[in-house]
Design a protein around this ligand. Structure first.
Ligand code: DAT
Ligand code: MG
Length: 139
């Protein structure tokens, strides 16, 4: 059996609202193992780099403001089929479209403040994990 990794952030709104514990409970109950985890805060330069793919989008400024306004929980998660299964667990980008029981349906306020990040490919999971964690922090 192949074990894959994905990368997640519990975004500033999740930390502000006290949802860290509840969201981690859903993640571990769904079978994800935590390989790395920390409370950290992105700088403006960090957020611009992390979300560079969206830099021409009209919401880019708001996205950078939001992602830097307070601490996040960054984590690397391990599970068979991790990337796809985690995207299913978090639900659609817009919580209004997210399936019942998904993390975004339960905890996200809007498309702009949508509670959690999940990598969209194995390649991006590796890039995003390495963006936040040194090798010695990954177990
Ligand atoms: P996802 O986070 O589901 O991978 P994405 O990569 O398309 O979604 O966008 C990254 C983040 O940008 C998303 O989590 C929230 C924000 N965002 C995306 N589309 C938006 C929109 N139409 N208005 C405001 N923020 C948006
Ligand atoms: Mg994305």
């Amino acid at each position: 059996m192949r074990t894959d990794r994905t990368f997640t952030m519990l975004k500033p709104d999740s930390v502000e609202k006290g949802h860290i514990g509840a969201i981690l409970e859903k993640i571990t109950a769904a079978g994800f193992k935590i390989s790395a985890m920390k409370l950290t805060q992105m700088t403006t330069a960090d957020a611009k780099e992390f979300y560079a793919i969206h830099k021409e989008r009209p919401f880019f400024g708001e996205l950078v403001e939001y992602m830097t306004r307070g601490p996040i929980v960054a984590a690397i998660l391990e599970k068979e089929n991790a990337v796809e299964d985690f995207r299913t667990l978090i639900g659609a980008t817009n919580p209004a479209d997210a399936a019942e029981g998904t993390i975004r349906k339960l905890y996200a306020a809007s498309i702009g403040e949508n509670a959690v990040h999940g990598s969209d490919s194995d390649e991006n999971a590796a890039i995003e994990g390495a963006f936040h964690f040194a090798g010695r922090e990954i177990f």
